[in-house]
Design a protein around this ligand. Sequence first.
Ligand code: C6P
Length: 415
Amino acid sequence: MHDTVTIKDNSVLDVEKVRKDFPILDTLVFGHPLVYLDNAATTQKPEAVLKAMEEYYHTINSNVHRGVHHLSQQATDAYELARKKIAEYIGAKHAHEIIFTRGTTESINLVAYTFGKKFLRPGDSILTSGLEHHSNIVPWQLACEDRGATLKVIPIDENGELILDGLEKLLEGVKLVSVNYVSNALGTINPVREIIAAAHRQGTPVLLDAAQAVQHMEVDVQELDVDFLAFSSHKIYGPTGFGVLYGKEQWLNELPPYQGGGEMIKTVSFEKTTYNDLPYKFEAGTPDMAGAIGLGAALDYIQKLGLSTIRQTEHNLMAYALEALQEIKGLRMIGRSAHRAGVLSFLVGDIHPFDLGEILDKQGIAVRTGHHCAQPIMDQYCIPGTVRASLAFYNTPAEIDKLVAGIRKAATLLG
Ligand code: C6P
């Protein structure tokens, strides 16, 4: 059973108009108009996000939750409004279930550390998958090492899809399941509903790494019934260095604090410290106010365009790109799931991905090459890495044509 994403209407974006919102897309690279196809690494920021952050620093910059003075109140209101917007965007029941972090990596580390400390015992295990980014592997390895637990892995097949046949058996002794919604290396959309349902039948919580999902499709934490969810602002048109951890209230209340400092406390004495309520218990120190406000503005922007319209626009572009790339002689798609979002990973003949990426760069085409922080996937395919073109709604069929022409040129030069 695969996750199907319902597209509510068939409307598509006026991409030429939308592109005007992203000033950086007019950049020339080596004399060529930039073709930005590295959106899975980070997306470009619309003017509305840049403006919101600039306005914050120009007009209300001050520390939040600390001052009675006017600016501090205004900054606090803007900051907490952003939390509400984020909660609404992912369908959280309460704004206090949204913890602000530095990104997906920190969100997963927070859960791995605190959940490990509270719940992991020698002989227990954590279940992840063979399709993960390093940031959904290494934090769990650290927690398992620390607690004498083991890390188990859902295997993948040659199409880059999870093999769920043995899932019930794999779940035995598992204290938490942590998988991604969409693979950053192959673009596979994982059947997360099936995984969550199976885990919950055994009373096991699930963390979803949604770093490559929330910008492409509707993600509703209550409908998914997921226990934790992590994503990064910079991959959803917001600023870098800012991210989100969603957790169900009862889970967040059970976990111990992650870092100590200001804001996360209620009272401090040398004898005993008591901790703050959610979400502040997990937010030690002065937070990134402009980051929160920037992400809030990014979500406003996306919602104005319409997530189902974005989804349909990207779906059409993906179909166009898949067909066009497959016409290239010697091109091998890595990951062949029919359920994919955002990402096209491939190799061409014997050309090293890095060499291909360099030649594309000289033509103004930005792609990512290498293992994409997902080395176990590359090991599975016995390859050093891939060339990855990753799409956003502001990309065009004409840009895909340039990518195809660029690859053909590289193949002639290097083949
Ligand atoms: N993937 C890519 O080029 P941070 O770095 O914390 O914002 O996100 C980490 C992360 C976690 N999970 C997934 C599925 C991801 O794709 C990423 C980031 C980027 O694929 C940079 S390595």
